[in-house]
Design a protein around this ligand. Structure first.
Ligand code: HPA
Length: 271
């Protein structure tokens, strides 16, 4: 059933562009700019892609953009599906499985998130080296899709070391002080309480956000190589004596967007 639907989606995408993307990139809140500068771009709104849900989160466009960047053919998702919007985990990870079925081997996930590490500043970028799933759900719950991966997939290498090394090298070239750490996935849509933030800090979290973890689990399950990058848009609740707002998150991500796009471009060039 799922397999049939995914094959239909793949057929639709292949019918729009005959070129196999070398990498897919999910662009998080306020970070969609990268896709705007692709050459020979083919834009597919989510509502026109069979099997896709429609993204409604603020700061997300809700479209797939296929095109060339630095000589590399890439598939970008401008907007993702979040658990807090009411989507099922299956809907959230559907695009990841489509990417696998297309034959694209590499997945770059980006997001905006709150810093748990008090040394982080808004506008910093962080390489995700591992995660803690605090969403209370797992996208692999239910019958296993054997054609995608095994029942109990190992997560020790969910974040690809080689891609991480390349991201570090690109950041260095661009004089970007790329932070690293553990991303905590939180369901939202309310921001965390200060007590929850203290707990996440004690658990070893470096940043917290409301996405990415389901996609990484599904990507790892089906054998995609994953690189995940965060933009720290704010310090998490209670660290500073100021309230959090979704507008602030999008504004900070937007301001950091140009530098983030530069980093992504460099990474795409060498992976
Ligand atoms: N918490 C959760 N998600 C977020 C945050 C945060 O502080 N900032 C951006 N996304």
């Amino acid at each position: 059933m799922l397999e049939k639907q995914i094959r239909e989606t793949v057929k639709y995408i292949k019918g729009k562009t005959g070129i196999l993307p070398e990498a897919a990139i999910v662009l998080g809140s306020g970070l969609g700019g990268f896709a705007d500068s692709l050459e020979d771009a083919v834009i597919l709104p989510y509502e026109e892609i069979p099997g896709f849900a429609v993204s409604m989160a603020p700061g997300h466009k809700g479209q797939m953009v296929l095109g060339k960047k630095k000589g590399r053919y890439v598939l970008c998702l401008q907007g993702r599906f979040h658990y807090y919007e009411g989507y099922t985990m299956a809907q959230i990870v559907y695009p990841v499985r489509v990417i696998k079925a297309l034959g694209t081997p590499k997945l770059i996930l980006t997001n905006s998130c709150g810093g748990l590490n008090p040394n982080f500043k808004p506008g910093d970028f962080m390489l995700i080296t591992d995660h803690i799933n605090f969403m209370g759900a797992n996208p692999l719950t239910g019958p296993n899709e054997d054609w995608l991966g095994c029942r109990f997939p190992d997560m020790t290498k969910a974040y690809n070391q080689e891609l991480a090394g390349k991201a570090r090298a690109c950041a260095k070239t661009l004089s970007i002080d790329l932070k690293e750490g553990v991303y905590v996935g939180y369901g939202g849509p309310s921001f965390e309480t200060p007590a929850e933030i203290r707990m996440f800090q004690m658990l070893g979290g470096s940043a917290v956000g409301m996405s990415t973890v389901p996609e990484v689990i599904a990507a790892s399950h089906c054998g995609l190589e994953v690189l995940a990058l965060s933009c720290i848009t704010n310090l998490a609740a209670g660290i500073l004596d100021q309230p959090l707002s979704g507008e602030e998150v999008i504004e900070t991500a937007g301001k950091a967007g140009r530098k983030f796009t530069e980093l992504l471009e460099k990474i795409v060039e060498i992976i």
